[in-house]
Design a protein. Structure first.
Length: 245
């Protein structure tokens, strides 16, 4: 089993915040209804006040939708973690790692350190059909709604996001004296997704179960010795403690 260093689960924390906001809106609507029934005609307020329940109801729908989206992302991250923690014990896995260097703040889903290199793994838990190239600013996602209607939405290009993670991690390592090329990996955790993606620089996988196989089979130009692995892990542990403190 790999050595797992867990960071704070940002998606879970953010999703709980949205769920709490939805409950607040529901509470406000309940308070409004009770107040109307109790005071009745004695209540003299501006007519625009009656628009507030509509706004709060829209807020409930928005916050619940955001909650479901973030929870889906969190499930995808948990699925990847289930697999990468099964890597051999000479590997170290950092989850939800916050990168903060000078004016840069970034968060990588996973950083994996082993003798065959340093890997950054970005997970996405999407459904439908996704079309794009590594140079596109946005990709197209085609999905069927609850009523069976096909709709299209734009999504940020996750390959660019993965490259950004690699750039920031390499910079962090370089500032500490390590000249190492980080290997980027983009993983779509939902195997039902259809991918039409053109990527020549970054490997894109469909299914979390293929992550370990890719990492174990990866052959670097130069392997990391035990001392370098120890020093890199110590650096990442130190950076993680600084962020969390």
């Amino acid at each position: 089993m790999a050595n797992v260093h867990k960071g704070k689960k940002t998606l879970n924390r953010q999703s709980r915040q949205y769920l709490f906001s939805a409950f607040v809106c529901a509470g406000l609507i309940g308070t409004y209804v009770v107040m109307i029934f109790r005071l009745g005609e004695e209540l003299s307020i501006n007519p625009f006040f009656h628009l507030l329940p509509v706004i709060w109801l829209m807020g409930i729908f928005y916050y619940c939708r955001r909650y479901r989206i973030l929870q889906a992302g969190a499930r995808g991250e948990n699925e990847i973690l289930t697999y990468v923690r099964k890597l051999p014990n000479q590997y170290h896995v950092f989850s939800n790692f916050v990168i903060q260097e000078k004016r840069i703040r970034d968060e990588a889903d996973f950083i994996v350190v082993g003798e065959n290199g340093v890997f950054v793994v970005e997970g996405k838990n999407h459904l439908g059909k996704i079309v794009g190239t590594e140079d596109d600013i946005e990709w197209k996602q085609y999905k069927f709604g609850q009523k069976g209607k096909l709709y299209t939405k734009n999504m940020m290009n996750p390959i660019k996001q993965t490259k950004w993670h690699r750039h920031n991690i390499e910079g962090m390592l370089r500032n500490a004296g390590f000249c190492i090329s980080v290997v980027p990996l983009l993983v779509f955790t939902n195997t039902a997704v259809q991918l039409e993606i053109a990527s020549s620089e970054i490997v894109v996988l469909k299914g979390s179960k293929y992550v370990n196989d890719y990492i174990l089979r990866y052959s670097p130009q130069r392997k990391l010795d035990k001392h370098m692995i120890k020093d890199i892990v110590a650096l990442l542990e130190k950076k993680a403690r600084v962020i969390q403190s």
